[in-house]
Design a protein around this ligand. Structure first.
Ligand code: GLU
Length: 485
């Protein structure tokens, strides 16, 4: 055993990686990185029915996109690397079987012959009698003769772990403090299924031990599994790792975060145009804080400051407004060349790449301050590359205003040949035009904007005209004028 900190994220590949799982991954990663320890990824695929390769792919893609690297674990859907492998539980069945045999031999686990129907009946009766619907150990107490009869009849069995029937198991949780569970209220968990395979609670203990985990940091839905897991450690003669259970994540309405509240999958956040850095920073604060309530962190800063003491017991609330604010902050901090690269997949999807028009970098730089999501970029800049689509309201109100047609026609002439065709010169020339005609700024500025962009809002007018260039501006002014009666 080393005393190096070792943490893990151990997803069951039965769906995408959701926000809660992403936060668990991040906390384990931060904790390991902070202590120069190891972060391990382990795929808990013992549910043969619900586990899929596609889920493994989605989870690995999500963790990679979040920028959280792992020291040991899967390389892809089937291969893995590291000294404690394999990291796919279905490839470890022989290991589990060894420990199962040991527990059975030591009389710490037993065969349970109860069928599904019998168990359901026991549950039903317990409910009627207002007892908790847990398995009360019917097969634990079988006599030798009864057991022999069951075996002789060829009845299928599962294997259950014998929980102590007295005393309490204390979970010394690193976030919640000591939580005590009465042993006689716990049921004897199935550790080996009738279908001849191990269950999560069993594999988890064996793997966390053999993989030398020092800390198990996971969602609080697993707190109730922990006393049984601790007893399995004891039964095998092992010392349990330290446990930390993270508080639940709620939606804005105070109920558990779910699809109803919007995107829950990490890849949906990627596709909506959040930056991985935003997600790391935002998720870090979803249940953890520094005493100064710092909001924005570099990765180095997060690694240096993250600790389990700063994790809260009370639920955290997912706040999209804050997430969007933070993403805008990080987009602003992104150098424009990088932002262009980040925007490309979104522009490609919108069919905006490879079209004639101004240099992408200049267009993006012009609106850099405004973007909150990468996915907004195409809509905000498409008129630089696609024919103008007039907002009908803007058309009616601004372009149909008295005199607008003449103003646009004349401006096309006035701006043609202007040198340099740059913001400052454009502004001087247009203001001059306003003054000469005795007009108000708005009577000229608004129609120009709508004529070249189709909208009433957008980038600074004169810079926008400069970037569009003379040909595009003159052509669009004329075209808009021609559409007016
Ligand atoms: N496979 C479990 C899950 O996805 C992991 C629980 C644990 O971290 O121990 O919920």
């Amino acid at each position: 055993m080393t005393n190096k900190i070792r943490t893990r994220f151990a997803p069951s590949p039965t769906g995408f990686l959701h926000i809660g799982g992403a936060r668990t991954t991040l906390y384990n990663w931060l904790f390991a990185r902070r202590h120069k320890g190891d972060f391990i990824l382990r795929i808990e695929d013992t549910d043969e029915v619900r586990s899929t390769d596609d889920s493994v792919t989605a989870i690995l893609d999500s963790v990679k996109w979040l920028g959280l690297d792992w020291d040991e674990g899967p390389l892809d859907e089937h291969r893995d690397h590291g000294p404690h492998g394999p990291y796919y539980q279905m490839k470890r069945i022989d290991i589990y079987r060894r420990y199962l045999d040991q527990l059975v031999q030591d009389g710490k686990a037993y065969r349970c012959y109860c069928s599904k129907e019998e168990l359901e009946e026991l549950r039903r009766v317990a409910q009627l009698e207002k007892r908790p619907p847990r398995y009360e150990g019917r097969c634990r107490a079988l006599s030798g003769a009864q057991r022999a009869a069951m075996e002789a009849s060829g009845k299928k069995f599962s294997i259950r772990f014998k929980m102590p029937t007295s005393g309490a198991t204390i979970v010394d949780d690193q976030i919640r403090g000591k939580v005590s569970f009465e042993n006689n209220l716990q049921q004897d968990l199935v550790i080996w299924k009738t279908t001849d395979g191990p269950t999560y609670n069993f594999c988890c203990v064996i793997d966390d031990h053999l993989m030398e985990m020092t800390h198990v940091v996971r969602g609080d839905e697993h707190l109730s599994n922990t006393p049984s897991q601790i007893q399995i450690y004891y039964a095998l003669g092992w010392t349990p790792p330290l446990f930390a259970h993270l508080s639940m994540i709620l939606g804005p309405d105070g109920s558990k975060l779910s699809k109803r509240h919007g995107a829950t999958s990490v890849l949906e956040y990627r596709d909506q145009g959040y930056l991985p850095h935003t997600m790391r920073n935002y998720l870090a604060l979803l249940g953890w804080s520094t005493s100064e309530s710092q909001q924005l962190f570099t990765d180095e800063d997060l690694i240096a400051k993250f600790d389990l003491e700063g994790c809260q017991k009370s639920p955290a609330t997912f706040d999209t407004v804050k997430l969007n604010w933070m993403n805008g902050e990080y987009i602003r901090q992104t150098p424009v060349d990088d932002l262009v690269s980040l925007a490309k997949p979104f522009l490609e999807k919108a069919g905006l790449l490879g079209l004639p028009g101004p240099e992408l970098k200049r267009v993006i730089a012009l609106e850099h301050e405004k973007f909150k999501l990468l996915s907004e970029i195409p809509t905000l800049i498409e008129f630089f590359y696609k024919p103008v689509q007039f907002d009908p309201k803007a058309f009616d109100k601004v372009l149909r205003a008295p005199g607008a047609k003449q103003i646009l026609t004349d401006l096309a002439e006035v701006l043609r040949g202007l040198r340099p065709f740059e913001a400052e010169a454009l502004e001087a020339r247009i203001r001059n035009f306003v003054a000469e005609r005795g007009l108000k700024n708005g009577q000229v500025f608004h129609p120009i904007r709508v004529a070249v962009s189709g909208r009433t809002e957008g980038p600074t007018l004169f810079s926008m005209l400069e970037i569009m260039g003379e040909d595009m501006v003159v052509a669009r002014l004329k075209d808009a004028a021609a559409r007016l009666p």
